[in-house]
Write a protein that binds this ligand. Structure first.
Ligand SMILES: C[S@@+](CC[C@H](N)C(=O)[O-])C[C@H]1O[C@@H](n2cnc3c(N)ncnc32)[C@H](O)[C@@H]1O
Length: 194
Protein backbone atom coordinates (compact mmCIF):
# COMPACT_ATOMS: atom_id res chain seq x y z
CA UNK A 1 0.00 0.00 0.00
CA UNK A 2 1.26 3.53 -0.86
CA UNK A 3 2.47 5.49 2.15
CA UNK A 4 0.61 8.66 3.06
CA UNK A 5 2.50 11.85 2.35
CA UNK A 6 2.18 14.85 4.67
CA UNK A 7 -0.59 17.14 3.34
CA UNK A 8 0.36 20.67 2.35
CA UNK A 9 -1.86 22.21 5.06
CA UNK A 10 0.19 20.34 7.69
CA UNK A 11 3.28 21.90 6.09
CA UNK A 12 2.07 25.32 7.31
CA UNK A 13 1.71 24.00 10.87
CA UNK A 14 5.17 22.35 10.77
CA UNK A 15 6.74 25.65 9.67
CA UNK A 16 5.14 27.59 12.54
CA UNK A 17 7.59 29.44 14.82
CA UNK A 18 5.66 28.00 17.83
CA UNK A 19 7.35 24.66 17.10
CA UNK A 20 10.65 26.22 18.14
CA UNK A 21 9.43 26.03 21.75
CA UNK A 22 9.91 22.25 21.74
CA UNK A 23 12.12 21.71 18.69
CA UNK A 24 14.75 24.41 18.43
CA UNK A 25 16.67 23.96 15.12
CA UNK A 26 19.83 25.65 16.41
CA UNK A 27 19.93 23.38 19.48
CA UNK A 28 19.13 20.23 17.49
CA UNK A 29 21.57 20.87 14.62
CA UNK A 30 24.13 23.28 16.07
CA UNK A 31 26.76 20.66 16.95
CA UNK A 32 26.79 19.13 13.45
CA UNK A 33 26.67 22.13 11.12
CA UNK A 34 29.46 24.63 10.54
CA UNK A 35 29.97 27.64 8.29
CA UNK A 36 30.84 26.78 4.70
CA UNK A 37 29.26 23.31 4.82
CA UNK A 38 27.13 21.82 2.07
CA UNK A 39 24.05 20.24 3.62
CA UNK A 40 20.86 18.55 2.44
CA UNK A 41 17.41 18.88 4.05
CA UNK A 42 15.54 15.77 2.87
CA UNK A 43 11.75 16.15 2.96
CA UNK A 44 12.24 19.83 3.76
CA UNK A 45 8.54 20.80 3.39
CA UNK A 46 8.26 24.59 3.92
CA UNK A 47 11.67 24.91 5.51
CA UNK A 48 11.28 24.83 9.29
CA UNK A 49 14.84 23.43 9.43
CA UNK A 50 16.11 24.64 6.03
CA UNK A 51 16.16 28.35 6.87
CA UNK A 52 18.06 27.91 10.17
CA UNK A 53 20.43 25.56 8.31
CA UNK A 54 21.02 28.32 5.72
CA UNK A 55 21.94 30.72 8.55
CA UNK A 56 24.30 28.14 10.08
CA UNK A 57 26.23 27.40 6.86
CA UNK A 58 26.67 31.14 6.19
CA UNK A 59 27.28 32.88 2.89
CA UNK A 60 29.93 30.36 1.79
CA UNK A 61 27.74 27.33 2.47
CA UNK A 62 24.79 25.79 0.70
CA UNK A 63 21.56 24.02 1.68
CA UNK A 64 20.00 21.69 -0.86
CA UNK A 65 16.31 21.28 -0.06
CA UNK A 66 14.63 18.18 -1.45
CA UNK A 67 10.93 17.38 -1.33
CA UNK A 68 8.51 15.30 -3.33
CA UNK A 69 5.80 18.01 -3.22
CA UNK A 70 6.17 21.00 -5.51
CA UNK A 71 3.84 23.12 -3.32
CA UNK A 72 6.08 22.63 -0.28
CA UNK A 73 9.12 23.68 -2.31
CA UNK A 74 7.37 26.80 -3.71
CA UNK A 75 6.40 27.92 -0.21
CA UNK A 76 9.94 27.31 1.07
CA UNK A 77 11.30 29.44 -1.79
CA UNK A 78 9.03 32.35 -0.80
CA UNK A 79 10.11 32.08 2.84
CA UNK A 80 13.80 31.90 1.88
CA UNK A 81 13.53 35.01 -0.31
CA UNK A 82 11.71 36.93 2.46
CA UNK A 83 14.41 35.95 4.96
CA UNK A 84 17.22 37.03 2.59
CA UNK A 85 18.60 33.46 2.49
CA UNK A 86 17.71 32.50 -1.06
CA UNK A 87 21.29 32.72 -2.38
CA UNK A 88 22.35 29.89 -0.02
CA UNK A 89 19.50 27.56 -0.96
CA UNK A 90 18.95 25.19 -3.87
CA UNK A 91 15.62 23.39 -4.22
CA UNK A 92 14.82 20.08 -5.88
CA UNK A 93 11.44 18.47 -6.40
CA UNK A 94 12.22 14.75 -6.28
CA UNK A 95 10.27 11.54 -7.00
CA UNK A 96 8.68 9.33 -4.33
CA UNK A 97 11.16 6.56 -5.16
CA UNK A 98 14.27 8.73 -5.67
CA UNK A 99 15.82 11.70 -3.89
CA UNK A 100 17.32 12.94 -7.20
CA UNK A 101 20.73 13.53 -5.64
CA UNK A 102 22.82 11.23 -7.84
CA UNK A 103 24.99 14.17 -8.95
CA UNK A 104 26.12 14.85 -5.35
CA UNK A 105 28.60 12.01 -5.04
CA UNK A 106 30.47 12.16 -1.67
CA UNK A 107 29.85 15.93 -1.59
CA UNK A 108 27.63 16.42 1.46
CA UNK A 109 28.86 17.26 4.98
CA UNK A 110 25.55 16.92 6.78
CA UNK A 111 22.03 15.80 5.90
CA UNK A 112 18.79 15.93 7.86
CA UNK A 113 15.73 13.75 7.33
CA UNK A 114 13.14 14.98 9.83
CA UNK A 115 9.75 13.24 9.89
CA UNK A 116 10.18 11.88 6.37
CA UNK A 117 11.51 8.29 6.39
CA UNK A 118 8.12 6.86 7.46
CA UNK A 119 6.61 8.46 4.32
CA UNK A 120 9.21 7.05 1.92
CA UNK A 121 8.04 3.98 -0.08
CA UNK A 122 11.50 2.38 -0.56
CA UNK A 123 13.55 2.93 2.61
CA UNK A 124 16.42 0.78 1.38
CA UNK A 125 16.83 2.91 -1.76
CA UNK A 126 16.48 6.06 0.35
CA UNK A 127 19.50 5.06 2.47
CA UNK A 128 21.53 3.88 -0.54
CA UNK A 129 21.07 7.26 -2.24
CA UNK A 130 21.80 9.13 0.99
CA UNK A 131 24.96 7.04 1.47
CA UNK A 132 26.25 7.91 -2.00
CA UNK A 133 25.89 11.67 -1.50
CA UNK A 134 27.61 11.81 1.93
CA UNK A 135 31.30 12.63 2.31
CA UNK A 136 33.26 9.84 4.07
CA UNK A 137 33.11 11.97 7.25
CA UNK A 138 29.53 13.19 6.61
CA UNK A 139 26.69 12.80 9.09
CA UNK A 140 23.03 12.00 8.49
CA UNK A 141 20.51 12.80 11.23
CA UNK A 142 17.28 10.79 11.10
CA UNK A 143 14.43 12.13 13.24
CA UNK A 144 11.01 10.48 13.34
CA UNK A 145 7.89 11.57 15.29
CA UNK A 146 7.09 9.28 18.24
CA UNK A 147 3.38 9.75 17.53
CA UNK A 148 3.66 8.14 14.09
CA UNK A 149 6.63 5.79 14.41
CA UNK A 150 6.83 2.99 17.00
CA UNK A 151 10.13 1.95 18.56
CA UNK A 152 9.95 -1.30 16.62
CA UNK A 153 9.46 0.53 13.30
CA UNK A 154 12.29 2.94 14.13
CA UNK A 155 14.62 0.04 14.98
CA UNK A 156 13.77 -1.43 11.56
CA UNK A 157 14.74 1.90 9.95
CA UNK A 158 18.07 1.85 11.82
CA UNK A 159 18.66 -1.69 10.63
CA UNK A 160 18.03 -0.76 6.97
CA UNK A 161 20.45 2.18 7.40
CA UNK A 162 23.11 -0.23 8.72
CA UNK A 163 22.55 -2.63 5.82
CA UNK A 164 23.14 0.34 3.46
CA UNK A 165 26.60 1.03 4.94
CA UNK A 166 25.83 3.43 7.77
CA UNK A 167 26.65 3.01 11.45
CA UNK A 168 24.72 4.52 14.35
CA UNK A 169 26.97 7.04 16.12
CA UNK A 170 24.48 8.14 18.75
CA UNK A 171 20.80 8.65 19.52
CA UNK A 172 20.41 12.37 20.25
CA UNK A 173 17.53 13.40 22.49
CA UNK A 174 14.97 15.42 20.56
CA UNK A 175 11.57 16.09 22.12
CA UNK A 176 8.61 14.03 20.85
CA UNK A 177 11.00 12.17 18.53
CA UNK A 178 13.11 9.10 17.93
CA UNK A 179 16.45 9.96 16.41
CA UNK A 180 19.79 8.55 15.27
CA UNK A 181 22.94 10.22 14.01
CA UNK A 182 24.52 8.12 11.25
CA UNK A 183 28.03 8.07 9.78
CA UNK A 184 29.61 5.85 7.15
CA UNK A 185 30.93 2.52 8.46
CA UNK A 186 34.70 2.36 8.77
CA UNK A 187 35.13 6.11 8.30
CA UNK A 188 36.64 8.55 10.79
CA UNK A 189 34.39 10.29 13.32
CA UNK A 190 34.50 14.07 13.45
CA UNK A 191 31.92 14.45 16.21
CA UNK A 192 31.92 13.05 19.75
CA UNK A 193 30.11 9.73 20.13
CA UNK A 194 28.25 10.64 23.34
C1 LIG B 1 6.00 15.42 7.93
S1 LIG B 1 6.77 16.41 6.72
C2 LIG B 1 8.26 16.92 7.56
C3 LIG B 1 8.79 18.21 7.06
C4 LIG B 1 10.09 18.73 7.67
N1 LIG B 1 11.19 17.84 7.47
C5 LIG B 1 9.91 19.04 9.12
O1 LIG B 1 10.43 18.32 9.98
O2 LIG B 1 9.22 20.02 9.40
C6 LIG B 1 7.40 15.23 5.56
C7 LIG B 1 7.87 15.85 4.26
O3 LIG B 1 8.55 14.83 3.51
C8 LIG B 1 8.13 14.91 2.16
N2 LIG B 1 8.27 13.58 1.53
C9 LIG B 1 7.44 12.52 1.62
N3 LIG B 1 7.90 11.49 0.91
C10 LIG B 1 9.07 11.90 0.36
C11 LIG B 1 10.03 11.28 -0.50
N4 LIG B 1 9.86 10.03 -0.94
N5 LIG B 1 11.12 11.98 -0.87
C12 LIG B 1 11.27 13.26 -0.43
N6 LIG B 1 10.40 13.91 0.36
C13 LIG B 1 9.31 13.23 0.76
C14 LIG B 1 6.70 15.39 2.22
O4 LIG B 1 6.30 15.98 1.01
C15 LIG B 1 6.76 16.38 3.39
O5 LIG B 1 7.06 17.67 2.94
Amino acid sequence: MAKRVCPVWVGYILASPVRRLFQNPEKILGSYVEEGMEVVDIGCAMGFFSLPLARMVGSNGKVICVDVQEKMIRSLEKRARKAGLWSRIETRTCHPDSLCVNDLKEQIDFALASAVVHEVPDVSRFFSEAYEMMKPTGRLLIVEPKGHVSKKAFDRTASVAEQSGFKVIKSPRIRRSRSILLGKKGKSQRFPSS
